[in-house]
Design a protein around this ligand. Structure first.
Ligand code: GLC
Length: 755
């Protein structure tokens, strides 16, 4: 057994200025700390209302000492503060398996944040998609920790290279929306280390991510915002994190616990109806009420809003900040040291100095430009996964008579509900995108086929839907008639995912019936899925082609047209497994998900996603890594060599343990993009290990007939498992197998390796 402490693909490129070197803190910050009053110090560890009304979170300036304000803004798919580019869902970026694209996205969204005068982006979010029902699966990347890590590092590096502080969220194990403010993830240290921590570890060690957001939930009974092992022992003492820990909004439940555990900034720092950025009419009305002595506004708000609270209300949403009066009292009474408060401020000011806030040395950025729209389209194209394509139904020629069907086929699916919502200045629907792209002779007939299934938002109006009985509801028969008169039926369907709630795996409304009815009469049927993640597809054998386009963002219709008509090769590969039925997924018992009595048992351990499907030998509907292309690829000449095992230094030096070389050729008639995937199997291990685990990948474009030999590195961590008894990573001597292919179930080349 070789103890290792080397993280994956470490790259100690320091994107920061000198403020992080040797843990130094610019002398001026120390001077400021000496000059700040207690009142001023307390104002720097909790949020306040942004006078500009744009920031999601705001730390006010201390003008007396020329300390600037700090503006933090959502989210992972675009800048929430102002009308801005609505990029595709994070899971769409993940489906591209393209780290260069992720870095480009990071730099671009940073430019939009800067143009909106924001200093920190509350993104990327990269919790592991442990359960497909997770309402925020669209905001995350994958079920696999390695793919998640590589994308997280690329996106964070891009954001920070763009002069904006990135926020790694939601730390940790925030893998479901059900009961999110209270549920405890009961999870082993090995599963934490091998599945849930790696992407956060990579973001800290490899990018010096500026901040980490502590999540709502509990981990093994302790709230993330008060979890000392996570916030101090792992994050700071083990990984060397020097940034600041910000709470999720109203995620702080008390004062001393979080303050001592390592929480630095409590957001938003005020009750919901004072945080007016997205306050509802109801809260605005409350705010207009006088503070009656017999019923202070806080209690009134609680009483009045109770009927409208969501299923799992946040218990703190109407409270003042725990880092306000309660923290002052704790310091005044000597229960907490003022030096603890100063350390929090030191971390925050150090990041502000690092990103030029003191010197006004920040990029101006640019917002909502054609180049940004082009990137949004490219991500949506690259993230589109061709799940099924019988008889080369796709690509379309462009001169077909198309029946475009679906209750929202003439609306773009910009995103999901919740804090990631973006308000684009333009958005293209499938109908508009296909209409723009049609060739001469082509035609489109639109048929909704069903009444709207809706568009989930966490900011839904508190007022109930007003029924409109006089409006004739679209009917499936209309859609069938349109399909009969067409050469091809393109059926666009969607789910309804939002932060704050989990999602069904079945498509909402009668969309499954619509697809079945259309495919029964259409000459060819193409289904386009706008979903947050995996869905059930009872009709999949009766349709000719299926495209998963996730939430494509504002360029929805343009990207769909590009792929449907073959201008772009569908190069997406599944970042999550699509199971045939809900019971096939790893966390299929109630105790595992959503949990019983506030405890979700992560009893599947490291067998998350495809790791479970492989271990349990369950055939998925579509496996992790799956995605068809319009061309074909051949693999040959796999070779694997073991490097000198670098000494496991202090975790800052990359330790490439093995190099995998393989040649890939485009043996089809048209250009295409391939994602070469390398999995590793520990043939003989002393602990149960997944049959294969993703260890490297590369996305590349190849012209017809072109071949390329790739060289991919496997780090020591790829071979290791976390030994809970010894509390360290170990690689056991013995045989390993390298599997190279185009999905976790489509292995094209194998090689053995002796460690
Ligand atoms: C939300 C989300 C978090 C977001 C924050 C601010 O509840 O969990 O992702 O950044 O609050 O909107």
């Amino acid at each position: 057994m070789t103890p290792t402490s080397t993280p994956d693909d470490t790259d100690d490129t320091d994107v920061a200025d000198d403020s992080h070197d040797e843990g130094s803190t610019p002398a001026r910050i120390e001077t400021l700390l000496e000059e700040l009053t207690l009142e001023e110090k307390l104002s720097l560890v909790r949020g306040a209302y942004d006078p500009a009304g744009n920031a999601t979170g705001y730390v006010p300036p201390v003008e007396r000492l020329d300390i600037p304000s700090l503006s933090l803004v959502d989210g992972p798919m675009g800048i929430r503060a102002v009308p801005s580019t609505a990029f595709p869902a994070s899971i769409s970026l993940a489906a591209s398996w393209d780290t260069d694209l992720a870095a480009e996205f990071g730099e671009t969204i940073a430019a939009e944040a800067r143009a909106a005068d924001q200093d920190a982006l509350l993104a990327p979010g990269f919790n592991i998609v442990r359960v497909p029902q997770c309402g925020r699966a669209f905001e995350y990347y994958s079920e696999d920790p390695y793919l998640t890590s590589r994308l997280a590092v690329a996106a964070v590096e891009g954001i920070q290279a763009g002069g904006v502080m990135a926020t790694a969220k939601h730390y940790l194990a925030n893998n479901q929306e059900a009961d999110r403010h209270h549920v405890s993830a009961e999870v082993s240290e090995r599963a934490l280390r091998e599945i849930y921590l790696p992407a956060f570890e990579a973001a800290v060690r490899e990018t010096e991510v500026s901040s980490v957001m502590a999540s709502y939930n509990r981990i093994n009974g302790t709230y993330a915002t008060a979890h000392r092992w996570l916030l101090t022992e792992v994050l700071r003492e083990e990984w060397g994190f020097e940034g600041f820990v910000v709470s999720d909004w109203w995620a702080t439940n008390e004062c001393a616990g979080p303050a001592e555990a390592g929480l630095d900034l409590d957001m938003p720092g005020m009750p919901l109806y004072e945080w007016q950025e997205h306050g509802s009419a109801l809260f605005d009305a409350i705010d207009a009420l006088p503070d009656a002595p017999w019923m202070p506004k806080r209690e009134l708000a609680e009483v009045v809003t109770r009927p409208w609270q969501p299923p799992n209300p946040n218990p703190n949403v109407l409270k003042d900040s725990f880092f306000g009066e309660p923290l002052r009292e704790a310091i005044d009474e000597g229960r907490l040291e003022e030096s603890l408060l100063e350390e929090k401020i030191r971390r925050l000011l150090r990041e502000m100095a690092r990103f030029g806030l003191f010197d006004g040395d920040q990029p101006a950025g640019e917002l909502d430009t054609p180049a940004h729209h082009d990137l949004a389209r490219r991500i949506a194209e690259r993230g589109t996964v061709l799940l099924r394509n019988e008889n080369e139904t796709l690509p379309l020629a462009g001169d077909e008579r198309i029946a475009l069907i679906g209750p929202h086929a003439d609306e773009p699916k910009v995103g999901g509900g919740g804090s990631s919502e973006v308000d684009p200045t333009r958005a293209t629907s499938p109908f508009d995108g296909l209409s723009d792209r049609l060739d001469a002779g082509g035609s489109i007939t639109l048929a909704h086929g069903l009444p709207p299934v809706g568009d989930a938002s966490m900011h839904d109006s508190l007022l109930p839907e007003i029924p409109t009985p006089w409006v004739e509801e679209p009917r499936i028969e209309e859609a069938m008639a349109a399909a009969r008169d067409a050469d091809v039926a393109v059926v666009v369907v969607r789910d309804l995912a939002t932060e704050g709630d989990d999602r069904d795996l079945a498509l909402p409304g009668a969309q499954d019936e619509l697809i079945a009815a259309v495919s029964a009469v259409a000459e060819r049927t193409v289904v386009v899925l706008n979903t947050a993640g995996a869905v059930e597809m009872p009709w999949f054998e009766s349709v000719d082609a299926v495209l998963e386009t996730w939430y494509p963002g504002q360029e929805d219709g343009h990207a769909l047209a590009s792929v449907l008509f073959g201008d772009a090769d569908p190069s997406g590969r599944l970042p999550v497994t699509v199971g045939a039925r809900a019971a096939d997924y790893p966390a299929s018992s109630e105790a595992q998900y959503p949990g019983i009595g506030g405890r979700a048992e992560y009893s599947e351990g490291v067998f998350v996603g495809y790791r479970h499907f492989d271990e349990a030998e369950i055939e998925p509907l579509f496996p992790f890594g799956h995605g068809l292309s319009y061309t074909e690829f051949a693999y040959r000449d796999l070779s694997v060599s073991l490097e000198e095992t670098g000494d496991s230094s202090d975790g800052d030096e990359p330790t490439a343990l093995a190099t995998v070389e393989v040649t890939v050729e485009n043996v089809g008639e048209r250009p295409g993009r391939e994602v070469v995937q390398v999995y590793l199997r520990d043939v003989e291990s002393s602990v149960p290990r997944p049959p294969k685990e993703l260890a490297a990948f590369e996305a590349l474009s190849l012209e017809a007939g072109e071949s390329r030999t790739l060289s991919l590195s496997l780090t020591e961590r790829a071979f290791a498992f976390f030994d809970e008894d010894d509390g360290e990573w170990v690689v056991e001597d013995g045989a390993f197998e390298v599997l190279v292919g185009r999905s976790s179930r489509d292995v094209r080349e194998r090689a053995s390796l002796e460690y």
